[in-house]
Every structure is written in C-alpha cells, then in structure tokens.
Design a protein around this ligand. Structure first.
Ligand code: MN
Length: 192
C-alpha cells in the first residue's frame, strides 16, 4: 500500500487553510508510526459555531470529523459528523486560542483523548464508509460506529453519523449527557 505523504494526505488542505505565522496551531507533517497503538482525540472548538472535532489516528495523520452536538452515550442519538480535512498527529495535543480572522478562529480545549481499536481493517472500512471501533478514553469508552450517510442528506459523502453501539457502556441521554456533565479540558480542566 502506498504511504501517505504531506502532498497526498489531507494535510495539503490543512496547510492551505492556515497562516502559521499567525496561528499557534502546529504546521505538522505525516508521521510514520508503528502499527498497533492508535490515538484518538476530541477537541471542543468554540469557532463561529461550537463543535467537537473527533479525530482518529490513521495512516500517520488524524482523520477528522466535526460533530456539532458532540458525542452521546445514547445509541438513539445519531450525531451528525461532518468529515473535514486530515490534521497532523501533533494537533492531538493542541489546546489554545486560534486568533480571530484566522481559519477556525476561537478557543480549542482538549476535551477527550485515549486510544482507539478498530474492529476489522480500519482503512478498508473507512473507505467503505462504515467504521466500527472501541474507544478507551478519559470520557468516552465502549463501542462506536462512524457511518457515511447516503442519499440526499449525504452532502457528497461529507456527512457521516457518530453512533454509540449498544453495549455495557451505553446510557440513555435522560440519565447522562457527557457534554453537559464533563465540559472541561482533560489537560488543564479549563472550559471554553
Ligand atoms: Mn474545528
């Protein structure tokens, strides 16, 4: 399989959108990492609209989805997850303020982080548009699915859904709302 490079990965788009003299976000590059340990991170991002950036390590980059409402432990909540450009792995430790006027201007907090474990072949499943995985994070655990929408609402394949799988970690939204009960940064305890 051909390895991703800065040019062939979504990092080309990532870099084109940002002025690294103005923003303290990492410029980054595709990293070669040993297979086996895969990280994930969720950044709460108070841009023009608040959203949660859900990022899974894949092919040496962070494959990324913007989830407006954030994750839910309730399998009945199908959360829209808009596929956005790949981010460099170094982005996974970024917390701070993107200056006003820059792309994504607003504050970013490290809302959750941990490891993810694909069920099956992550890359093949990603390309097929249905990724099932387990999360072992500070706030999120258990099995989840990211599935690409089809039909009218798919917006050319950009729109996916993040859905909690029914397992022992699932909880009804009436009982537990993780975004409301755990708003803080896992790094600094700050809220946006
Ligand atoms: Mn964002």
């Amino acid at each position: 399989m051909k390895e991703l490079t800065d040019e062939t990965s979504g990092l080309r788009k990532y870099k084109a959108k940002r002025n690294f003299r103005e923003t303290s976000e990492p410029s980054g590059k595709v990293l070669k990492r040993k297979a086996g340990r895969l990280s994930y991170v969720i950044q709460k991002h108070a841009a023009s609209r608040l959203h949660y950036d859900f990022r899974l390590e894949m092919e040496g980059v962070l494959r990324s989805w913007a989830v407006p409402k954030g994750p839910s432990f309730d399998p009945a909540d199908k959360r829209l997850a808009v596929h956005v450009e790949d981010h460099p792995l170094e982005y996974g430790t970024f917390e701070g303020v993107i200056p006003k006027g820059q792309y994504g201007g607003g504050s970013v907090v490290l809302w959750d982080r941990g490891r993810w474990f694909p069920e099956g072949d992550a890359l093949a499943d990603y390309k097929k548009g249905k990724l099932k995985f387990r999360l072992d994070g500070e706030k999120l655990q258990g099995t989840w699915t990211l599935v690409r929408m089809t039909g009218e609402k798919s917006d050319d394949g950009k729109n996916w859904m993040l859905i909690k799988h029914r397992d022992e970690t699932a909880r009804p939204a009436s009982e537990y709302d993780v975004t409301a009960e755990r708003p803080e940064s896992v790094e600094t305890g700050r809220t946006v």
